[in-house]
Design a protein around this ligand. Structure first.
Ligand code: ATP
Ligand code: MG
Length: 221
């Protein structure tokens, strides 16, 4: 299974979700490689920190950087022969590499952290591109929005309703999971960890709930 965490918007939690999902799946005994497809190398640096602070209880995880648009699909397919699961941390861009990632993936997770009107435009653009790309594939790739940094505001609730409507019009679902804005995520990141292997509280519970949900959907796909 190849799962991509992707959005056209920066700072919405693509890397956080990709890392947590990769660690979670690895902790269940699967051989996982996390692909850092972002030229900023944030996940590659996170992995270097993780290796500098080794802990016996952390599951084995490999991180490989792949930012070459042309080479991505053949390189990732080759790599996939050696792993059970690839998780792709996509860059925040509408560039061709984002389309390649969508072509390659068996499942697409789209973090959304609604902050303002611009999120409606970005989401609509993403859905449009997703629809175009799915026309090039033999089988439609299941895709799900996930609300991140969620707050119980009227704006967030209204945005959630819009995301639900996309389920009918484009087939992109909305995960039941809502990840709250919690400092454990940023704190964990600083030492090469994820909330899943760092937090003992709500951040870990929410991540576990999300990963259980994604894995169950992946098994159905
Ligand atoms: N649920 C959350 N609660 C609090 N902080 C969060 C949460 N999710 C992510 N963050 C923090 O927000 C920042 C951006 O998250 P992240 O790097 O995962 O986003 P991204 O979409 O990958 O960004 P980029 O587009 O720059 O690659 C990070 O500092 C991360 O620790
Ligand atoms: Mg990122």
């Amino acid at each position: 299974m190849i799962i991509a965490s992707i959005s056209y918007k920066g700072g919405v939690g693509k890397s956080t979700i990709a890392r947590n999902l990769a660690v979670y799946i690895a902790s269940k005994g699967q051989k996982v490689c996390l692909i850092d497809a972002d030229e900023t190398m944030a996940t590659t640096e996170w992995y270097a920190d993780r290796q500098e602070n080794p802990r016996e209880d952390l599951p084995y995880l490999q991180v490989i950087q792949m930012t070459n648009t042309k080479g991505l699909i053949p390189a990732a397919r080759g790599l996939y022969e050696d792993y059970d699961v690839l998780v792709i941390d996509a860059p925040p861009s509408i560039k061709p590499i984002a389309s390649k990632i969508m072509l390659l993936a068996h499942m697409i997770i789209i973090p959304v952290a609604p902050k303002g009107k611009q999120d409606y435009t970005v989401t609509a653009k993403f859905v449009e591109r997703y629809d175009e790309i799915m026309q090039q594939k033999e089988e439609v790739t299941p895709a799900y929005f996930v609300l991140n940094m969620y707050r119980n505001t009227n704006f967030n609730k209204a945005f959630e309703e819009v995301l639900k409507e996309y389920g009918d019009s484009s087939g992109i679902g909305l995960l039941d999971t809502k990840l709250s804005e919690l400092t454990d995520h940023a704190e964990a990141t600083q030492s090469g960890l994820t909330a899943y292997d760092y937090s003992k509280g709500r951040a870990k519970e929410e991540v576990e709930y999300m990963c259980d949900e994604i894995v169950a959907l992946a098994q159905k796909a």
